[in-house]
Ligand binder design. Structure first.
Ligand SMILES: Cc1cc2nc3c(=O)[nH]c(=O)nc-3n(C[C@H](O)[C@H](O)[C@H](O)COP(=O)(O)OP(=O)(O)OC[C@H]3O[C@@H](n4cnc5c(N)ncnc54)[C@H](O)[C@@H]3O)c2cc1C
Length: 517
């Protein structure tokens, strides 16, 4: 029996890859749709073509059963899934693959791997689904060797507390895996980042992930009741509480710690019954700014739409979702009770801002979500088609919103040259919103990494200069460091470094991410 393997250069499993002819057709169609001249289609690399430097450490016999230096596993764990990760893997460029991939079966295994890393002087990189888009799992480390700790085997729902509506879940459970187990109890976590299929609870907590719901409970922060992690200096487990005013929160320090403080092994999370009623609508606006004013009114209305995604005319046109020149607001409501009253009120508010709305059936919301979750597969086609496809996201308060979006868009367009930059709003708050930009351009074949670096620097500089955050939900990793270092308060950086040195004195956990202690 052969085991299914994930692609080391793209999204999904090897057996999900379209045949070369289909890929060529899809790639050619993508270029045509974007108005780019035809280009040769680049087929994905063969697994046998990977060449990696020899592993520099060998695990002790006691860990041999859970460790591997198999080239496919090392390549699969060498990168996350950002555009430039795909390019490097596509081209067979693996400068810093992990030497060993460990797959612990339980917490005792995690402890033993951490002890061995300390003895061997190897870096230890916690790895969930490897969907980082910020270089978070890439072993670019100062140590002479790196061991990736893949939590994938810790994927069970261990306990359900119905009274408190909470569940204890292992960190390596992916979105589908934890939802399938919660479904047996009639419950759901209801956290859907676009990487849902492969990303994990531990990864969500470590990166402060954002789900696709636009308002209220959508960040993983809101769902975490308590966290348990193993640090090189012992266990870090917070008490299960619905709320607590006892000093700075031990959970909050782990949420967003990106693997530098400990390996998260499990968490108690707040779960809920699936919503019974769903309603949605599409609203057209003459321009993004007018749509944004409606989103602001909605976010301040306390109606709390589940979906409130505003696409600018460029992005709406790409999916044929709106007539040329018009922005589209996808609006959805969900709840335990009928939500059509809330939808009607929301459409009225949109009307006050020039929006023309029409209700859609409940099924369209499901169709929207499944198209949303298919997007990562499309990105592989764009790479084959020689299209640079980069996304970056931020957040800004409403008072600076219009100027901010204009400045970031302009700087990105300038750096991109030929190509297009589109923007959507993914999350709406009473005091601001999260703009999410997509840049698409004909890739400079062979020079994609330089092209990407120039674009990334220009966009990030513009975000920093205009006062936005360098990331709203994609995390800091290694790639956002230069801008994160300028964004955070200096005393906070000193305190975080001290916390890291206290729990990881040898500095083995994910060095280079977030801080340099
Ligand atoms: C196509 C695509 C769409 C995406 N959409 C979204 C989105 O909608 N919302 C969003 O928030 N993000 C999104 N992301 C980014 C990414 O999926 C998130 O950052 C996600 O939370 C990472 O989870 P993971 O399990 O894959 O973690 P990994 O990529 O494996 O790791 C990410 C970071 O967390 C650390 N880490 C992972 N597991 C643990 C653990 N158990 N203990 C300690 N540290 C750990 C790693 O060391 C690393 O620093 C997207 C990425 C892609 C490629």
């Amino acid at each position: 029996m052969t085991t299914r393997r994930r692609k080391f250069w793209g999204w999904g499993y090897e057996d999900q890859q379209p045949a070369p002819r289909e890929l060529e057709q899809a790639a050619a169609a993508s270029r045509e749709r974007l108005g780019f001249v035809p280009a040769e289609v680049e087929l994905p690399p063969a697994a046998e073509a990977i060449e990696l430097p020899s592993p520099r450490v060998v695990p002790p016999p006691s860990l041999a059963a859970i460790c591997t230096s198999d080239p496919h596993e090392r390549a699969l764990h060498a990168y996350g899934r950002a555009y430039r990760d795909l390019i490097r893997a596509y081209r067979g460029r693996f400068d810093h693959p992990p030497d060993v991939v460990a797959r612990p079966r339980d917490e005792a295994d995690v402890e033993r791997v951490l002890s061995w890393c300390e003895e061997a002087g190897a870096a230890a990189i916690p790895f969930g689904g490897g969907t980082s888009v910020v270089g978070g799992v890439e072993p670019r480390v100062p140590q002479d060797a790196a061991v990736t700790i893949d939590l994938g085997a810790l994927d069970r729902v261990l306990d359900v507390d119905r009274d408190s509506r909470a569940a204890r879940i292992q960190a390596g459970a992916t979105g589908p895996r934890l939802e399938e187990q919660l479904r047996e109890h009639g419950l759901t976590l209801r956290h859907y980042p676009q990487s849902f299929e492969y990303s994990t609870l531990g990864g969500w907590i470590a990166t402060r992930a954002g789900g696709h719901y636009a308002t209220l409970h959508t960040h993983i922060d809101d769902f975490v009741e308590s966290v348990r992690a193993l640090t090189p200096r012992g266990e870090w487990e917070s008490r299960r509480l619905p709320g607590s005013g006892a000093g700075p929160s031990p959970d909050r320090l782990l949420i967003g710690s990106e693997g530098i403080l400990g390996v998260i092994t499990e968490a108690w999370v707040r779960v809920q019954e699936p919503p019974r009623f769903k309603e949605s609508a599409a609203v057209l606006f003459d321009g993004f700014e007018r749509g944004a004013r409606a989103v602001r009114a909605l976010a301040q209305s306390r109606l709390f739409p589940a979906n409130c995604r505003l696409l600018d005319p460029g992005e709406a046109a790409l999916s044929d979702a709106a007539p040329a020149g018009r922005a589209l607001l996808v609006l959805g409501f969900e709840g335990p009770d009928p939500v059509n009253g809330a939808l009607a009120r929301a459409l009225e508010l949109c009307g006050d801002h020039g929006g023309e709305g029409r209700e859609r059936d409940g099924a369209s919301e499901g169709a929207w979500r499944s198209a949303f979750l298919q997007m990562p597969y499309l990105r592989d086609t764009l790479v084959a088609a020689g299209i640079l496809a980069e996304t970056f996201e931020t957040a800004i308060t409403w008072d600076r919103f219009d100027a901010f979006v204009a400045e970031v868009r302009e700087a990105t367009e300038r750096a991109l040259g030929e190509g297009r930059v589109t923007c959507r709003l993914t999350h709406a708050y009473a005091d601001g919103a999260a703009p999410y930009f997509t840049a698409l351009a004909p890739a400079v074949r062979g020079g994609e990494l330089e092209q990407w670096a120039e674009l990334k620097a220009a966009a990030s500089e513009a975000i920093a200069a205009a006062g936005g955050t360098i990331t709203h939900h994609h995390a800091v990793g290694r790639d956002h460091r230069p801008w994160y270092d300028r964004q955070r308060p200096e005393p906070f950086a000193v305190a975080l470094c001290a916390a890291k040195r206290a729990v990881d004195p040898a500095g083995l956990l994910n060095p280079g991410v977030l801080i340099d202690p």
